[in-house]
Design a binder for this molecule. Sequence first.
Ligand code: NI
Length: 475
Amino acid sequence: MRTHSLVPSVLLIGALSLTAACSSGVPDVRSSAAESASAATAGSVHVVDPSKIKGLRIVSDSSEQQSCAFATSYPEVPGAEAMTAVMKKDVERRLATFRSAGCASGAEGPEFNISLHFLVASGDVLGVRLTTQDTSAAGSGLSSATYWYDGKAGAYRTALGLIADASRDAFLTEVESRLKGRDGVDGTALDSTFADQAERAAVLDDMEFTANGGLRLTFDRGDVGVPAAGVYVVVLPSATVTPWLSAFGARVQRQTGTPSSTLDLGATHTPEPAVPTHTASGDDDTDCAQVKCIALTFDDGPAVPETGTLLTHLAQYKARATFFTVGQNVAAHPDLVRAEARAGHEVGNHSWSHPDLTKLTSEQIAYQLNRTSAAIKAATGKEPTVFRPPYGAVDAHVKAATTLSPVLWDVDTEDWKYRDATKVARTVIGKAERNDVVLMHDIHPTSVAAVPEILRVLTAQGFHFVTVSHLRSTL
Ligand code: NI
C-alpha cells in the first residue's frame, strides 16, 4: 500500500505519473515512457511525505511576468548541506543563464521551471530529483537529475555513486547493451559517450530504485539517442543490479523498498520557528460597499520562516489576506497553510509547480490545479475556490479546464524583482485604491518586511483588509 497524504483520486494520478516530470506540468514523452516502465516493473512505490522532514525549507525563486517567466525550487534539508550546495549551484547557474538570455525582450518570452520531487527521505538516506524545463533550450528543453546524500558518510553522492567502483564497468556494459538496438540509438555514438567519463556522468545522472529493488535509469531526450525518439528508460532488475551496488546504493535500495519512519542525517537539532496560532474571531462582516476595502494577496508560499512572520504582522492589524499557495510548498508545510486558514485568511491555488498554464494540455492544467487543491484540503479541510494563474497567464482554454475562479491583480509590486522593503511598501501605499487586489510574494523576506508599514499607513487612511472572495462577495 502506498502512503500518501492526498485524497484517493489524486493518489491515483500520482501513481500513474512520474511525478518529477509531471510536476513540471509541461508536455513531454517522459511521463508516458516512465509510467509504463514504472507500472510494469515497479509495483507500488512509497511516496515521501515532505512534511515529515524535520527542518525542511523549500528555496523558491520566481517571477510573475510572462516576459521573464521563471520559477525554481530546491530543498534545503538540515544535515545535507553538501547536497544543498550542489543543487543551489546547479539551479542558480541555469537560472542565471536563462535570465541573461530570456528576460531582455518585453514580449512574451520563453519559460524556465525547476521543480523538485523527493525520492527517498528515510534512515540516513536522502534522494531528490530536480526536473528542469527550459523552453529556450534545444529540443523539448526538459531534463532531470537526481541528487543523493549519504548521512552515514556525511557526503553528497551522484547517481553513479549508487554503483560500487569495482562494478562500474560491468554496470556500464549492461546498461549499454540494454540501450543498443533500440530505435534511434546509434551504437557507435553510444560507445563514445560511455567511454568519456564526463559525458558518461552527464547522461547517467538520473537513477532511482523501484519498490522491488530494481534500478531505473532515465535518459534525457537526445542524451543517448536521436531527440525525436524522446526519453529512454532502462530498468535493471534487482537480481542484476544488487551485486553491483555500493554500500550506499544498497542502503538506498533498502530504504526505498521499506522506508523507516524517520530521517536522520546527523544534523544537530535546531528548533523550527513556531507556527503562529492566531485564530480568526468568526466571519468577516466588513461591508465593502460601505467602507474602503483592499485585498492583499501573497503568492508562491508557504515559506519558512517568511509566512509565519507575515501571519504575525497581519494579526497585529486584524488584517485578512489571500494566500495563493504553490502545491509542492503546501505539501512541505501544511501546518503553515492550516495556520493561514485558522487566522481567517483565504487559501487559494497557484498550481503545483508554477508553470505557465496556457502552454499545457487540459489534463496537465487539471493535474496542476487538482493536486494543489487536494493538498490544501488535506491541510485545511477546505477546498479552495479561487486560483491565481502563474504569470497571470490565463485564457479560455485554462478557464475551461477548472472550476476554480481566476484572480489577477490591480497593483503589481514587482517585489520578485525589487528586493527592497521600502520600495515595496512605497509602491503599495502609492498605488492603493479602493477595492484593489495587490500582488506580493511571501517567499521574499523583503516583501514580508514591507507589510507592517503598508498595514500602518493604509489603516490610517481608512482601508479595511479583506480576502479576495470577501471583496467579491460584498461588492
Ligand atoms: Ni507566482
